[in-house]
Design a protein. Structure first.
Length: 280
């Protein structure tokens, strides 16, 4: 079984749930680093000859449509990370629906191709946001990778399932790819993205990923363009959040290279087609 490699294409200031997080009305006035950092990632993917899934924040796609076209031109799958990077459990059902529709329309206008995939900000879908999947299917998405099937800072779903599964809503269907969780030192953690990918030694990440594959689950890796730039601008935040947001940045590039050397990676779209997860 393959691994799925994904990038959430957003800027260094798109950090959630801290008092210093700038509002969307301020984003335009901040120095953007997404262009140069995303290009560095694209170059790594070209060097390793792999195609990945790029979940573009709609706001970023709107400002940098050439980045969307460049990624699509290099054969990567283009998907949606919503428009405004709000936590799902802080939005109403209607706000969420409009945000999901808006980002999809913006990206499709740029690429001229349908967008099937969605990932919300901060894996913030929870038990209470039970309208989430219906809204996504109504908006025309075919798969999602937003569920964090264990407790965490922003939400998480304790009852979440760990392997990909089909969600049905009327005549519509959607594949959910929960973030890959394993027990590490007795705790359910994701070592394949975010702070833990940067913090833990590569040998542990590799061993854990091999175990997941042996269980018949795909390993879902996720990274952000800011993680490739060790000295990107910092937002003020608590010590604990600072650690999670900025630990191990110098090692990210090397870890990505080693993952791409050691594992076969693909896009969500190709994985769904290969295993016929939405039927033939
Ligand atoms: Zn994000």
């Amino acid at each position: 079984m393959e691994c799925i490699f994904s990038v959430d294409v957003e800027d260094w200031f798109h950090i959630l749930d801290i008092p210093s997080a700038p509002k969307i009305s301020e984003w335009d006035s901040l120095p953007s680093h997404v262009e140069k950092n995303f290009r560095k990632l694209l170059d790594i993917f070209s060097e390793k000859d792999v195609q990945v899934t790029c979940f573009f924040l709609g706001w970023v796609a709107q400002r940098f449509p050439h980045l969307v076209r460049e990624a699509a031109g290099r054969g990567h799958e283009i998907a949606s990370h919503g428009y405004s990077h709000k936590l799902i459990y802080r939005m109403t059902e209607q706000e969420f629906f409009q945000d999901a529709v808006k980002s999809k329309a913006i990206i499709e206008e740029i690429t001229g191709r349908p967008v099937s995939g969605y990932r919300c900000s901060g894996f913030s879908v929870v038990e209470d946001t039970d309208w989430f999947f219906d809204g996504l299917m109504e908006a025309g998405y075919g798969y999602d990778s937003s569920v964090f099937p264990a407790p965490r800072g922003h939400g998480g779903m304790k009852s979440g399932r760990c392997a990909p599964y089909l969600v049905a809503g009327g005549s519509r269907r959607l594949v959910e790819f929960p973030i890959t969780i394993t027990r590490v030192f007795g705790r359910p953690l994701c070592l394949f993205g975010g702070g833990y990918l940067r913090f833990f030694p590569y040998s542990l990440i590799k061993k854990t990923a091999l175990n997941v594959l042996r269980e018949g689950r795909p390993v879902i890796f996720y990274i952000h363009p800011r993680e490739i730039e060790p000295n990107h601008p910092r937002l003020p935040m608590s010590v604990r959040r600072r650690f999670k947001s900025y630990v191990g940045l110098k090692k990210t590039r090397g870890k990505i290279m080693r993952i791409l050397d050691d594992f076969e990676v693909t896009t969500f779209e190709r994985f769904i087609a290969k295993y016929r997860l939405l039927g033939s």
